[in-house]
Design a protein. Structure first.
Length: 179
């Protein structure tokens, strides 16, 4: 199983390297990193000051059709879907694509001081969460599980940073399936 981590319209080699290391430990999969540059001005809502997540996902999908394996897009844009004020990320259930926004994971967004450890932990959790959806996982009621839903940043911080036993069993079944 292969996972591609793709920064969209920004670059951060240190982050990608750290994320790759952590994900390899947790998931035991091969990871490649990429950078993508695209214009999303047509997905920007000036009323909201945010970008429409699903459209970004679809546009990236068109541009990355040749890339094999799962693809997790990392963006710095603040993203939304029409039914919600904002989202941390979005994923195709049982699909290959997911998107995670770093905008609201930064402590500075909440007027808190810069904290690279807190920031990184949040990114890791949201990447694992959205990737879990790619692997067929739904939301989990266990607060220690990374698949618990998060409606705000406090809930991101509160939930665990790994899959619970039940979720991991489902993932492992899926990993066998995709080989
Ligand atoms: Zn979710
Ligand atoms: Zn779980």
């Amino acid at each position: 199983m292969k996972l591609n981590l793709i920064t969209v319209n920004f670059s951060n080699d240190a982050l990608l390297e750290k994320l790759t290391g952590s994900l390899k430990k947790i998931l035991n999969i091969s990871i490649n990193t990429h950078q993508l540059k695209l214009d999303f001005s047509d997905s920007y809502s000036s009323e909201r000051g945010q970008y429409y997540s699903t459209e970004i996902l679809l546009k990236c999908k068109k541009n990355l059709s040749v890339l094999e394996g799962y693809k997790i897009l990392l963006v710095e844009m603040d993203i939304y879907v029409p039914a919600l004020t904002y989202i941390f990320g979005e994923a195709e259930l049982n699909g290959e694509f997911a998107i995670v926004s770093l905008a609201r994971l930064k402590p500075e967004f909440y007027m808190n001081p810069t904290d690279s450890e807190v920031f990184f932990k949040r990114i890791l959790k949201e990447v694992l969460h959205e990737f879990g959806h790619n692997l067929g996982l739904y939301h989990c009621i266990d607060w220690d599980c990374v698949m618990h839903s998060s409606n705000n940043i406090d809930e991101v911080d509160l939930k665990g940073s790994d899959y619970c036993r039940n979720c991991r069993q489902i993932i492992n079944r899926d990993i066998v399936k995709v080989f």
